[in-house]
Design a protein around this ligand. Structure first.
Ligand code: ADP
Ligand code: MG
Length: 244
């Protein structure tokens, strides 16, 4: 299993109010597998991805979040940062490319902390840009690209350190249907070829059904969506059926 998160709890406090977001959620994803997560706005989808990606610590009573066997929150902040850089690639709805850097430097960003030679990193970044069809645009800045092109660059950046886990939060949310379809095809190809585990949050049921599995986040846990779920083989919740 590349991702194994158990009994995840997360609540936020706002001006004396407690907002329970995740309530004992389990999530398991294996290599080569893509998992779609749908759910209403505010259901906690981004919160879950942030927890799986080492960006937001779950509450104390939670079980471990294991990425490729490593306990993400079990060690120091430095260990977590290193794990995140090595094992996890993030793709965001709004791309999050740095506008002051050109495309090539954006893709190379995650490798900055690594000891490898720049010439080697540069070659890897160019190979990735080639894989996403953006090699010709290496010297352009993000603002000179369309949304779909920016997202392809963002995918290349996410893959720079050859992570095993890709977390994508509404990756096609800002793209038209055709461009979004191309970006998804690219993402799925890469997942299959490299045996990544992909977790993708999406509003779009059609998009969700293109993943191997599709789960729905509701009342703080993940449940079968009723489409393509394989019972017993993934994110099962302890409270699959709502009380009452
Ligand atoms: N940093 C935060 N502080 C307070 N509340 C937050 C914070 N982040 C998210 N929330 C709240 O948690 C809930 C889930 O948010 P989120 O995970 O962004 O949902 P989704 O991605 O499914 O739309 C929402 O009610 C949101 O307002
Ligand atoms: Mg969100």
């Amino acid at each position: 299993m590349l991702i194994k998160a158990e009994n995840i709890h997360k609540q936020y406090r706002m001006r004396g109010h407690v907002i329970p977001v995740l309530q004992g959620l389990d999530c398991v994803v294996s290599a080569g597998e893509s998992l779609a997560i749908t759910g209403k706005s505010g259901a906690g989808k981004s919160t879950l991805l942030h927890i799986l990606g080492g960006l937001d610590r779950p509450d104390k009573q939670s079980g471990p979040v294991r990425i490729d066997g490593n306990d993400l929150y079990g060690g120091s902040a430095a260990t977590r940062t290193r794990l995140r850089a090595r094992k996890i690639g993030f793709v965001f709805q709004s791309y999050h490319l740095l506008p002051e850097l050109d495309v090539l430097d954006n893709v190379m960003l995650p490798a900055r902390a690594q000891a490898k030679k720049r010439v080697f990193m540069r070659q890897r970044a160019m190979d990735l840009l080639d894989a996403v069809g953006m090699q010709q645009r290496a010297g352009h800045t993000p603002l000179e690209l369309s949304g779909g092109e920016q997202q392809r660059v963002a995918i290349a950046r996410a893959l720079m350190n050859d992570p095993r886990v890709i977390l994508a939060d509404e990756p096609t949310g800002n793209l038209d249907e055709e461009t979004g379809g191309q970006v998804l095809t690219l993402l799925f190809d890469l997942v299959r070829k490299n045996d990544y585990a992909l977790v993708m949050v999406t509003h779009n049921e059609q998009v969700a059904m293109t993943c191997n599995r599709h789960l729905h986040l509701e009342r703080g846990v993940l449940g079968e969506s009723g489409d393509v779920g394989q019972p017993g083989n993934g994110c099962m919740s302890k409270r699959n059926t709502p009380p009452g």
